[in-house]
Design a protein around this ligand. Structure first.
Ligand code: NIG
Ligand code: FE
Length: 389
């Protein structure tokens, strides 16, 4: 079965072997052929081979499907009051996580599924074709397993985040960390690919995070870390030390940790929806890029700091508020996100890649940044998956 996407206004492949030879791998007047879920041919529309199905892109731009590599999709309730208070001057300190824990524990599996499915639907409608989903709003052994099982119904990129906040049953953080690193990791490992810790001022310390990440790794999980959102406590350095695939937030990073990050393969995932929704300073994306760090952009969809379900909006924030060019932001939202998930099959449209793509209702991809707030996604295409994929 083959599908020809033709009459593409501007095709971004993110593959320097294609098109203009730039990192964006760009072609004008292009066509793309998908066969059995993979990109089989890319070139000038006039030279396209015949295919079983023909899709007219109406001169719209086509880009790789967005890779949202950081979400807290599974939760109940909202934190509107906290947001309103914040807009009146109350700072964010992570304390509100507990109210979402209470609401999530009280919700049935079906309620949680339906609320999360609505958010996943919004992400997909906005062009997301690969999604990471974390646990972290239950903080009991059985409850974190339940959240990961729900997450698995949306994606294989599931992340165990038992060390998101101190569970309300505990007074001593070290005692809770023992539970997370022990019985909780043992129970959750089968349901997750990744482990994560909120390592920051007022959350878990570098030592506690190192302990949780070490036992997660021993249980077969790959690692990522929340670091440098509220303060620099050396968490970015820990992410590099532990070989994390991604270190997320990175607003507060010392020169020393930046140098270590730049010399590593750890991706910095920036989440400007969080700074937007907490009215906080944005990370200095230029400083990170100029140091040679690979950047990803993601929504951080969660009820506390970033109730954002639009990657187009995140791209616009990256450009307007963090000093990225439209191409740098698009690359971060696609190939950068794929790197943050150690995925070579998504985030680009090179030959053999998954043919996950977005057809825009705009002639060029830069319209995503140029026209913020508009849903420019005419169609999100999720290529056919084999069994278990
Ligand atoms: O990435 N910082 C930790 N976790 C989330 C916020 C969680 C919450 O406030 O509910 C984040 O911003
Ligand atoms: Fe987060």
């Amino acid at each position: 079965m083959t599908t020809l996407y033709t009459n593409i206004g501007e095709l971004t492949t993110n593959d320097a072997n294609l098109g203009d030879g730039s990192v964006m791998g760009r072609l004008e007047g292009a066509a793309l052929v998908e066969e059995d879920g993979r990109v089989a041919w890319v070139g000038e529309a006039a030279h396209a081979p015949a295919a079983d199905v023909r899709v007219d892109c109406h001169a719209g731009a086509v880009v790789p499907g967005f890779v949202d590599s950081h979400t807290h999709l599974i939760f109940a309730g909202d934190r509107l009051e906290e947001f309103v208070a914040r807009m009146a001057g109350t700072p964010y300190d992570g304390g509100g996580i507990r109210s979402t824990v209470a609401a999530t524990r009280a919700a049935s599996r079906e309620q949680l599924h339906d609320a999360s499915a609505a958010r996943a639907g919004a992400l997909f409608a906005g062009g997301v074709t690969t999604l990471e989903v974390k646990s972290g709003y239950d903080l009991t052994v059985e409850g974190e397993v339940r959240l990961l099982e729900l997450a698995r119904s949306f994606t294989n990129e599931t992340t165990f985040l038992g060390a998101h906040a101190l569970a309300p049953e505990f007074e001593d953080r070290d005692e809770y960390v023992e539970l997370v690193a022990g019985a909780m990791t043992d129970a959750c490992a089968a349901h997750a690919r990744w482990a994560d810790v909120f390592c920051d001022r007022g959350a878990f310390s570098v030592e506690q995070a190192r302990h949780v990440l070490s036992s997660a790794r021993a249980a077969g999980l790959e690692l990522r870390l929340h670091a440098g959102q509220l303060a620099d406590i050396g968490a970015v350095g820990l992410a590099v030390e532990m070989g994390c695939a991604s270190v997320d937030h990175c607003t507060h990073v010392s020169d020393r940790d930046l140098a270590a990050l730049a010399a590593s393969s750890t991706v910095a995932t920036l989440l400007p929806g969080a700074e937007f929704s907490t009215r906080s300073p944005y990370p200095d994306a230029r400083r990170l890029l100029d140091a040679g760090v690979t950047l990803a952009l993601a929504t951080d969809c969660n009820p506390g700091t970033s109730y954002v379900t639009s990657m187009g909006f995140v791209i616009a924030l990256g450009v307007r508020e963090m000093g990225l060019t439209p191409d740098e932001a698009l690359y971060g939202a696609t190939r950068g996100g794929a790197a943050a998930l150690r995925r070579g099959d998504v985030g680009h449209l090179g030959l053999g890649a998954r043919a996950d793509l977005v057809i825009l209702d705009a002639p060029r991809a830069a319209h995503l940044a140029y026209r913020p707030g508009a849903n420019l996604v005419a169609r999100t295409v999720l290529a056919a998956r084999g069994q278990g994929e």
